[in-house]
Structure formats: structure tokens, C-alpha cells
Design a protein around this ligand. Structure first.
Ligand SMILES: Nc1ncnc2c1ncn2[C@@H]1O[C@H](COP(=O)(O)OP(=O)(O)OP(=O)(O)O)[C@@H](O)[C@H]1O
Ligand SMILES: [Mg+2]
Length: 493
């Protein structure tokens, strides 16, 4: 007898519908899975066999063949346990083929028949829209699956799924959940002084411009950078959905987790490998740049990162995407993040700020870590001096609230002008429009002639200036905005 039902496979950060066909035939006992199954899918056979037995069903005698179609698509992960077990039940005559066909099945099985949560449920459920009337998922995946817009039926045990297949009542659909929204904490008040750096954080948060803070040890760079995430407003609904999908595929959504509403913040250590930062492996998994999509990527001790790892950031910083290619795969992961980094100006930490004791060779080696193309993609270079003793004991009140209000207003202006996502989301900008004021144009031309900035630098400078004007509540980009933006475009070496 033949049974057919729907499940889904994951490719990159998207799901693809997969038809699971189960054929039972008399003959020598065998259990085959065909249709490009990965290792975890082949291991499913052992889990499915044990789970069926421990749910009160004997594996059918004879030949079991499971086909996962389309055959050209690679199937990875344990989420095919449940559709395989359900398909076998239906092929054995337990349950109605119609009921099985109208539902999508996703989930891992424990040997005792319990349903275990799997990653990537949101993308998988989304792929099944239009194919099924509801998805059947493990209980802990219920709130996530419900986000896809299909009714999500959440079960705890294979026995319950068998009863449902036999025509038992469906449980009430799982309710979609969302994580808490923006808290209003004293993000900036905890950092004494550092007005210049705080202003740069405000500009970065308002316009999504890459920011690097350079200064001697112990002046608050790490402290400042780690506050940036709190300055970003909640994600727009489409962004939240996209971010949740990515984090689910990466296995970072907690059980019973729902929509991620806050921009993610990913802090990365200099020992990170290229694959962990940029994505990679077989099958390719999203890297930190993708996990930071629509949020913050924080690289502390920037000059300590290997140069070739940093160079991998060139593509995503320019395009908002990263392409990961392996022999058998080619995927494009979203990677539009706000880069914030901190570092010392030299190995001893004092160059340009105090008395530097480094040799010329040490300085040269240290500086080579940051390639020209990376430096060119940073919009805000901020020197951070030690705060005064007096500043350390002052308590500036209401600072964060004022900054957040300006950021919110600036983002609203940008969204009105450029659509949701603001300036950063639009690939091309109209240079003539940005530099409509002759004084602005002259300033940019002079900076280019003096070799202070590249052509890319000019475009990026104008974008920063646009953000500064928006923070200022000004519709016209004035010379003063361009001048401030130019000040920020100064790498320390
Ligand atoms: N401006 C500041 N306001 C309040 N506390 C500060 C400030 N600067 C430094 N501190 C205190 O010093 C600690 C170290 O600061 P932080 O780690 O930010 O220094 P850093 O500039 O990143 O130094 P390094 O270059 O060594 O990494 C902080 O945890 C905080 O307790
Ligand atoms: Mg630090």
C-alpha cells in the first residue's frame, strides 16, 4: 500500500515543500530511504522504528521504501522523522490517507515516541502554504509554526498523532507568540563622558552606518559598543519575521519561542573562523553576519581579527548579502547588519593618545590587519579619549530617552522618504539629490581632490550626512551635515 503526505526541507534560509511517499511491500524485511537523504535523515530509520514500537505499533513486515520528492533536493536534519512515521502508519492502514495528505508534518522523534522540537519550522511551515490546510508539529514548535499563517497543530507524542490520523479531534491551533519589545533602560547613562562616541552611536543607530571606536585601554569602548543594540528600535513586522526565520534555522530559537521583535546583537571574538563569521559547512549554515541580519555585529578588538577573515566582510557590508559556495552548494544568506567595532590604536594602546612605546615594525604589522577596502567601508571613525575624573562621578539623567527620541524621529523621516527600511535599504541613492546644495557638492569635490575620500567614500559620506540632517529634523542636507560626516570619515592610520 502507498501513502503520501507533505513535509519540507530547508535550503539556505528558505523552506521547500517535500512530498513523502511510503510504499509497503511483502518481501524480505528492509527499510530504504531514497531521494537524496542526508546522514540525519538516514538515521531517522532507527528512531522511527523504535518510536513506532514504543507507541504500540509494530513495524510492518516486509519492504518499506520511503521516497522524498523532489529527488534533486538534498534533505537534511531530523525533521523527517515524524512525516516518515506518520506515512508508515497510514500505509499500514492506521488512519485516513485523506487526513494525512491534507497536513504537513515536521518533527523529530525520541525513541519512546515523544515529539522533539526541530529547527527551521517557520521556514518549513511557510513553504507548505498552499499545499496543506494545517501543519502538525512538536508542541515546543507550536508558537513558531503559527507565525507562518497556517493553523499549527501541536502534539507531544506519536500516539496522539496516530489518534489524530485515525480521525480523532484536532487540538486547538497553537497561538503565535512574540518576544518582549524595546525596554527603556539607562543604556547610555552607565557610560561617563564620551559625548563624541555617544553621538556616533546615535548616528549609527539612526542610519545603520558602520562604526569603529579607537582608543587607549580602559576608556569605555567595549562598554559603549555593547549599548548600541539598545538604541535600535523594535524590528518592523516583516523584519521580525525574517530574523525569526533565520534564527530558527540556526537552531537559536528557544523551545516555545515566538517572533523575535528586538534586533539581534552578535558579539564576535577575534578567534572566530571564517566559516563561523561568514557562513559555511556542509550543508551551509548561516554565519554570524547572517545571525546579525537587521541587528548589530560587534567585533571587539578589531585589529586582532585575522585580515583574511575581516576581508570576508567586504561583500556583505556593500550588498547586505553573503554568498556561500561549496562544491555541491551555492547559497545566498541575508547579511544586512550594523557593524560596530572597537580597538586600540597600536599594541601598547597609546599611539595618538599618549606616549606610544611600539616599534615601527610593530605598528606596521598591527595596521596591516585592517585592509584599505575594509577601512573604506567604515563610515564613522571615532577616537575615544579617557573620560575626565569629574565625568566619572556625574550622573547624566534622561540621556538615553532623548537619544532614542531623536533616533525614532530620524528613522520616521527616512521611512517617509525612502520607504520602510530607510536609507540603508535602498541600494542606489540619487547623488544629485543628496548633494543638491552647491556648498555640499563643493565640500565633497574638495575632499575627493585632496584624496581624503574615495568615490565610495563620497557616496557613503552623503548617506551619513543625510542621517545627520534627519537627526537634525532638516529636510535639506546642509553643508554642516556634510562637514560633520567628513570628520567621521578619518581612519586613525
Ligand atoms: N567612560 C566610562 N564610564 C564608566 N565606566 C567606565 C568608562 N570607561 C571605562 N569604564 C569602566 O572600565 C571598564 C573597562 O572599560 P571597557 O572594557 O569599555 O574599556 P575598553 O576601552 O574597551 O578597553 P580595552 O581597550 O582594554 O578593551 C568598564 O567595564 C567600566 O567599569
Ligand atoms: Mg575593550
Amino acid at each position: 500500500m502507498l501513502a503520501r503526505l507533505w513535509s519540507a526541507a530547508l535550503a539556505g534560509v528558505e523552506g521547500q515543500p517535500v512530498q513523502v511517499e511510503v510504499d509497503l511491500r511483502p518481501g524480505l524485511p528492509a527499510f530504504d530511504v531514497v531521494g537524496l537523504p542526508g546522514t540525519a535523515v538516514l538515521e531517522s530509520r532507527n528512531r522511527v522504528r523504535a518510536a513506532l514500537r514504543n507507541s504500540g505499533f509494530e513495524m510492518p513486515l516486509g519492504r518499506v521504501t520511503i521516497n522524498l520528492a523532489p529527488a534533486g533536493l538534498r534533505k537534511e536534519g531530523p525533521l523527517f522523522d515524524l512525516p516518515m512515521a506518520a506515512g508508515i502508519l497510514v500505509a499500514m492502514g492506521v488512519g485516513s490517507p485523506e487526513r494525512a495528505r491534507g497536513h504537513g508534518f515536521l518533527g523529530e522523534l525520541g525513541l519512546d515516541g515523544t515529539l522533539r522540537p526541530v529547527s527551521g519550522v517557520l521556514a518549513a511551515a511557510e513553504a507548505l502554504k498552499g499545499h496543506v490546510q494545517a501543519v502538525v508539529v512538536p508542541e515546543a514548535n507550536g508558537p513558531e509554526a503559527a507565525l507562518a499563517g497556517l493553523p499549527a497543530l501541536a502534539f507531544r507524542h506519536l500516539k496522539e498523532v496516530a489518534t489524530f490520523l485515525r480521525g480523532g479531534p484536532a487540538p486547538p491551533p497553537a497561538r503565535a507568540l512574540a518576544s518582549p519589545s524595546q525596554p527603556l533602560g539607562p543604556a547610555l547613562e552607565r557610560v561617563a563622558g564620551q559625548e563624541g562616541a555617544k553621538r556616533a552611536l546615535e548616528v549609527a543607530a539612526a542610519g545603520g552606518h558602520a562604526l569603529v571606536m579607537i582608543g587607549p585601554p580602559g576608556v569605555g569602548k567595549t562598554l559603549l559598543a555593547s549599548r548600541l543594540g539598545e538604541l535600535l528600535p523594535d524590528l518592523a513586522p516583516e523584519e521580525a519575521y525574517e530574523v525569526t526565520k533565520i534564527h530558527s534555522i540556526a537552531g537559536l530559537l528557544p523551545p516555545h519561542g515566538g517572533l523575535i521583535r528586538r534586533p539581534p546583537v552578535r558579539a564576535v571574538h577575534p578567534s572566530v573562523g571564517a566559516a563561523a563569521l561568514l557562513g559555511g559547512g556542509v550543508p551551509p549554515r548561516p554565519g554570524e553576519v547572517t545571525l546579525a541580519h537587521r541587528g548589530v555585529l560587534f567585533l571587539d578588538e578589531l585589529p586582532e581579527f585575522p585580515a583574511q577573515v575581516l576581508d570576508g566582510l567586504r561583500q556583505p557590508l556593500e550588498t547586505g548579502w553573503i554568498e556561500v559556495s561549496r562544491a555541491r552548494y551555492h547559497v545566498r544568506f541575508p547579511a544586512r547588519f550594523l557593524l560596530v567595532a572597537a580597538g586600540n590604536p597600536c599594541p601598547c594602546g597609546q599611539w595618538g593618545f599618549g606616549e606610544c612605546r611600539c616599534s615601527d615594525g610593530q605598528l606596521a604589522r598591527y595596521r596591516r590587519r585592517l585592509s584599505g577596502p575594509i577601512k573604506d567601508r567604515v563610515d564613522l571613525w571615532v577616537p575615544v579619549e579617557p573620560p575626565s575624573g569629574k565625568a566619572l562621578f556625574q550622573e547624566p539623567a534622561g540621556e538615553t530617552e532623548r537619544v532614542l527620541a531623536r533616533i525614532r524621529a530620524a528613522r520616521e523621516r527616512q521611512a517617509q522618504r525612502y520607504g520602510p527600511g530607510g536609507l540603508n535599504a535602498t541600494a542606489a541613492v540619487d547623488l544629485h539629490q543628496l548633494a543638491a546644495q552647491p556648498a555640499v557638492r563643493r565640500l565633497v569635490e574638495r575632499a575627493m581632490e585632496a584624496r581624503l575620500i574615495s568615490a565610495r567614500g563620497a557616496v557613503r559620506l552623503l548617506r551619513v550626512a543625510r542621517t545627520l540632517a534627519d537627526l537634525d529634523g532638516s529636510d535639506t542636507l546642509q553643508e554642516e551635515h556634510a562637514a560633520e560626516a567628513l570628520q567621521y570619515r578619518r581612519p586613525p592610520w
